[in-house]
Structure formats: C-alpha cells, structure tokens
Design a protein around this ligand. Structure first.
Ligand code: IPM
Ligand code: MG
Length: 367
C-alpha cells in the first residue's frame, strides 16, 4: 500500500520537525510493510518570500490530492508588519477552509515521565487524557462581515462575526460523540449561551444530536469561562470536550500546558468522508513556529512525530502502527531523553535529531 503525503514544513522550527518526522516515516516504510510517496510544498511566511503569497493555489491543490498533509508550522516576527491578508497564518487558515477540515482533534495527554513538568501539581495531571474536539472552519474565524471601516466621525470600527448553522454544529457534535464512544464515553460541550445567541443554538443542537443519536454517551454543558477554570482546578473530570473555533483555540492551549509542554502535543484536522470514503486530513504539531529556537537543532520533534501517529490512525487505517509509535515515544521519555523544553534534573538533554534517533531505537526494540 502506497500512501501519498504532502509535507508543508513552513516556518521557524517547522522544517526541522518535519525533517525528523520524515526519518520516522522511513522507519515505517522499511519495517512495517508500507510505502510513502512524499512531496513538499510551500506555505506561510516562506511561501510569501518565495512566491509572494502565504497561501499558494498549487499547495492547496496538492493538499486536496494527498492522502494526508503533514504540516510543520507558520509564522515569525519578520512577518508581523505584513498586511492581514499576507500574514503566514493565512496559509493555514485557507488549507483548513478549502479542504473543509471542520473537525480538529487535540489530545492533551500527560505522559507519566513528564508529570512533574506540568505547572500543576503532579496528582492533578498524572494520567490526564483529554480530547478537545474543536470546530475548525466556522465561527468567528471565518464569519462575514470581517472588516475595519471608517466611520463618519473619523474613528475606525472593526467587526468579526461569530456565526454557526445547525448543520455545522451537528457534524462536529457527531465527531465528538463518536470519539467519546471509543474512549471514556463522556462529552462536555462548551459555549457562552449566557451572552451569545450562537451559544444558545450550539447548546440546543448538541443536546438534540445527543438525545436522538447518542443517548448512551454522558453529555454535560459548561460555559466556556467556567471550563477554563475547571481545566486548571480538576482537569481529569473531562474526557471529550467539544467547542467552537475560538473557544477551542483558547481552551486547547490551556489544556496543552497542563501536560507540561506544548512541544509534546499533536493534532489532527479532518474533513467529511466523501462518497468513495476519502477524507481530507491535515496533521500538525500544536506548538507553532517557535522562532526563538529555530535553526538551532533543539526543537522538540515529539509533537510532529505524534502527529504522524495520528495520521497513521485516522488517515491510513494503521491503528496498530500508531500505537507502536506512541509507545516508542513514551519509552524514549522513560529512558530519560529530553529536549531542552522538557528538560528535568537527572535526565539526558538531547537535541532534535538525537531525540528522534532515540524514538527510532525504541521502535527497533519494540518489533
Ligand atoms: C492554532 C493556532 C492558529 C489558530 C493560528 C496560527 C492561526 O493558534 O492552530 O491553534 O488560531 O487556529
Ligand atoms: Mg491556537
């Protein structure tokens, strides 16, 4: 079986972590009876520099044809002054929108080896395993109007629009309920129905989908601000969290930090299955471009490598291989290897390439 993967390294540490993930791909090709056809395409700041746009049409088209996209990161201070529509982030947002990647899966898992790295007490986070299901193609990120206009009195007025339709809420709710069924069977939905009508509709629709199709799953609702508080008070009460694009952006950063390091966490962005069963997908470390450490060979490759594990599971139907890779990451951590972002006393500090080498060694040992 040959899988077609599009690699979009992007900016900052993106190229470094993608490079190392390619080595892991090579391990699976060699040892696990699978073949990859990979191609690289420009996105973000580097695409702006070389092609004049952060969202090249050619990249979008290639992404639509691939079995999956492995995305590095976009952005950096050198592009801060660009106009809004030329910013590196546009590339990522267009990929999400044009590929219809409405379901963003962001696991926040606390690896046992790292429970002391969290800013919370170890007993609060040890064993933590939350899955945030974030709506990714609607809400205030894409709602129209989205503009800055000048008023008669000379001041400016900025508008973003928060908008959701029934079907947009239904489909993300279904993703959350389906995933809950194969985990802890619990969903908590977050919105702000006390101030936003989009929140009123969100809550109603999630409840309706639950009652009609998933009565076996335990559903609760929480205001998004209360959830932000509960995530640091007692994070282990959550199993699957479902929420909109903006709340999901914020709550997933918070959940990620609970686990000790942003450098550890992967994500998957999935579209709907078409009539032939093909589902567009993009896999991405959630850490971003980290320009301060780019090019130094010290970036933590784990989030990107675990994103490939999610790709194995969700796009390539290779759940066993995904587990193999996740276990290898855990083993390398248990053996004490740490990149600087997760370094602790008594551990062995390694750079990007050495961390990857240790994960591949752990893979060797496991087969
Ligand atoms: C994320 C990021 C993006 C977002 C940025 C880079 C556009 O913060 O994936 O969480 O806001 O969605
Ligand atoms: Mg974010």
């Amino acid at each position: 079986m040959t899988y077609k993967l599009l690699l979009t390294p992007g900016d900052g540490i993106g190229p470094e972590v993608i490079e190392d993930t390619k080595r892991v791909l090579g391990w699976f090709a060699k040892n696990r009876n699978m073949a990859f056809e990979t191609e690289e395409a420009a996105i973000g700041g580097i695409a702006y520099e070389t092609l004049g746009t952060p969202e090249p049409d050619a990249t979008i088209e290639k992404a639509k044809k691939a079995d999956a996209v492995l995305f590095g990161a976009v952005g950096g201070p050198q592009w801060d002054k660009l106009p809004f529509d030329k910013k590196p982030e546009r590339g990522l947002l267009r990929l999400r929108k044009d590929l219809g990647l409405f379901a963003n899966l962001r696991p926040a898992i606390c690896f046992d080896a790292l429970k002391d790295a969290s800013s919370l007490k170890p007993e609060l986070v040890s064993g933590l395993d939350i899955l945030i299901v974030r709506e990714l193609t609607g809400g205030v990120y894409f709602g129209e109007p989205k503009e800055i206009t000048t008023l008669a009195d000379g001041q400016q007025r900025a508008v973003d629009t928060q908008v959701y339709t029934t079907s947009e809420i239904e489909r993300i709710a279904r993703v959350a309920f389906e995933l809950a069924r194969v985990r802890g069977n619990k969903v908590c939905s977050a919105e702000k129905n006390n101030v936003m009508v989009s929140g009123v509709l969100w809550k109603q629709v999630v409840q309706k989908v639950h009652d009609a199709e998933y009565p076996d799953v335990a559903l609760s609702h929480m205001l998004a601000d209360a959830m932000a508080m509960q995530l640091v008070r007692a994070p282990k009460q959550f199993d699957v969290i479902v929420t909109d694009n903006l709340f999901g952006d914020i709550l997933s950063d918070e959940a990620a930090q609970l686990t000790g390091s942003l450098g550890m966490l992967p994500s998957a962005s999935l579209g709907a299955k078409d009539a032939d069963g093909k589902q567009l997908a993009l896999y991405e470390p959630i850490h971003g471009s980290a320009p301060d450490i780019a090019g130094k060979g010290v970036a933590n490759p784990i989030a990107c490598i675990l994103s490939f594990a999610m790709c194995l599971r969700y796009s390539l139907g290779r759940g066993e291989d995904a587990t193999l890779l996740e276990k290898a990451v855990e083993r390398a951590l248990a053996e004490g290897y740490r990149t600087p972002d997760i370094m602790q006393d008594g551990m062995t500090k390694v750079g990007t390439a050495e961390m990857t080498a240790q994960i591949m060694k752990a893979l060797d040992k496991s087969t």
